[in-house]
Design a binder for this molecule. Structure first.
Ligand SMILES: [Zn+2]
Length: 505
């Protein structure tokens, strides 16, 4: 019962949601500030949380018996990564406009340029079914045994055609490793002051619903584990991905221990108006917002958050789909703007001595990994994080002051440049492959034009399968009817597109 039922009784949820919902949507900052101050002051320990029901007891037992929190030796730095994060199988990952090896490339940049030692990173465990049941229902997890459902969630239609065992191993397993990383990041942040999971941030997934490339609710899981194992009772989510974080908003709709600051483009997915009601501090941006305006609004938002709530842990969802050129985020923030954004959030936590964990979340352009690596390097240069451990540092000085490893000249693919933070390295735009993100199709529907900023590339094996199996073809075409995947770009030979439907620019 507990596994498939809601976390608390439906009646209780409804009543509590209404009660706290009425507090959380009060429009005036000053009034809400007083309430939140009062809440923060009154909830000094986890014992102040809502009374536990039977489902909460089962959740607690699951958390206590989990293996995801383990002791990390001091020789490691709180950067969490596994080579299993990356999604790759038979080239089919290229069917998606996302760079599905973003996570590995971030690490490669940091390692090659001498800022991180691979041996000092922390490899997380995979979140087990019992771990996932801390937030998800049995029925939701069962729904992932359908390749079609997974294909819809991650928005890669051809995945619907694959046997589920392949989908589990090649898509969901990497996600479960990233979930393990997000959960462990809270423990490391509490111990070391900060932690970065080079993955995670699946903020569209809630307990009962996945979507937008998010199959597991790692943020909700991370927070539930922190409540129990870290004895934390006041937690702030700062969600700066370009999209609204509707997953955690739904999951913590009735939980006053969690304060949510969400700054997002209101003109793009997910348009979740129910979830918006549960954002404590909402900053809505218009498509095309530029760097200066963005950073000014962030300054204002952090100032309000600083006065509103006093958290014991910050979960920072640092999506890079705010970058100029990202076809999904539709904002115009420069790479240096992303670096400055991250620095502001880390300073916000550092100034108040609040542990912070960062998740990399959305942003899957080819340039995203470079920008994230540059930002992490900048945090290191500004002494907001230390990428060399006390035991493993290779550039320690006689005075014992923590210093960064020296950058190996010529060791990476990039050259130093001037700019924000001094001499962050950068790469020229990739010229080795055509940028399918530039392809553009305008398709007429009954009601409107849909601007499609990316294409779906069909692998030859998949294409032949489609031709041979009328049923599969039907499924495929049905999936294509989703507004986000209207376009087909037939791509038989790499970099040699033979047929394009529609008009490109
Ligand atoms: Zn996003």
């Amino acid at each position: 019962m507990a596994a498939s039922g809601p976390p608390v009784s439906a009646v209780a949820t409804s009543l509590r949601r209404r009660a706290f919902g009425s507090l959380r949507v009060i429009p005036t900052h000053s009034h809400r500030k007083q309430i939140l101050f009062a809440m923060a002051a009154s909830s000094s320990s986890s014992s102040e949380a809502a009374p536990m029901g039977p489902a909460d007891g089962i959740r607690r037992d699951r958390i206590l018996s989990s293996k995801l929190y383990f002791d990390v030796p001091p020789s490691k730095v709180p950067v969490i990564y596994s080579s299993s994060y990356d999604i790759a199988f038979f080239g089919i990952e290229k069917l998606h406009p996302f760079d599905s090896s973003k996570w590995g490339r971030i690490c490669q940049f940091l390692i090659k340029e001498g800022f991180l030692d691979k041996k000092q990173t922390v490899e997380p465990l995979e979140a087990s079914k019992d771990d996932l049941l801390v937030v998800h229902s049995e029925s939701y997890l069962s729904s992932l045994k359908s390749s079609l459902n997974v294909a819809i969630i991650i928005e890669v239609p051809p995945v619907a055609l694959l046997p589920n065992c392949l989908v589990q191993n090649k898509v969901l397993y990497p996600f479960r490793k990233q979930v393990g990383g997000s959960i462990l990041a809270a423990k490391l942040a509490k111990e070391r002051g900060w932690a970065i999971n080079i993955g995670g941030g699946f903020h569209h997934c809630s307990a009962e619903k996945g979507g937008g490339f998010c199959a597991y609710a790692d943020i909700s899981l991370c927070i539930q584990f922190a409540f129990v194992l870290l004895n934390i009772s006041r937690l702030m989510i700062i969600d700066l991905d370009a999209h609204q974080g509707n997953g955690h908003e739904i999951d913590f709709s009735n939980d006053r221990r969690v304060y949510i600051l969400d700054m997002y483009n209101a003109g793009i997915y997910p348009f979740d108006f129910e979830a918006k009601r549960y954002i404590d501090q909402k900053v809505e941006l218009a498509s095309g917002t530029k760097t200066k305006e963005y950073l000014d609004k962030l300054d204002e938002a952090l100032e309000v958050a600083r006065n509103n709530f006093n958290p014991e842990l910050v979960v920072y969802n640092a999506g890079t789909d705010i970058l100029d050129g990202d076809p999904l985020g539709r904002l115009k923030i420069s790479p240096d703007g992303v670096t400055t954004r991250d620095e502001k959030v880390f300073r916000f936590a550092r100034e108040r001595n609040i542990p912070l964990l960062m998740l990399t979340s959305g942003g899957y352009m080819k340039s995203s990994a470079r920008v994230i690596a540059d930002s992490i390097i900048n945090l290191s240069k500004k002494n907001l994080i230390a990428l060399d451990s006390p035991l493993g540092r290779n550039c320690s000085s006689p005075d014992g002051v923590l210093r960064l490893p020296r950058q190996k000249s010529g060791s990476g693919p990039c050259s130093p440049r001037g700019g924000h933070g001094g001499s962050l390295p950068t790469c020229p735009p990739s010229a080795s492959r055509p940028n399918f993100g530039d392809a553009y199709l305008r398709i007429r529907s009954d009601a409107a034009y849909f601007d499609i900023n990316y294409v779906i590339v069909v692998h030859p094996v998949v294409f032949l399968t489609l031709l041979c199996q009328p049923t599969s073809l039907t499924v495929f075409l049905t999936l294509l009817c989703q507004p986000t995947s209207l376009t087909v770009f037939l791509h038989f030979v790499r970099d040699e597109p033979l047929v394009a439907l529609g008009r490109t620019r």
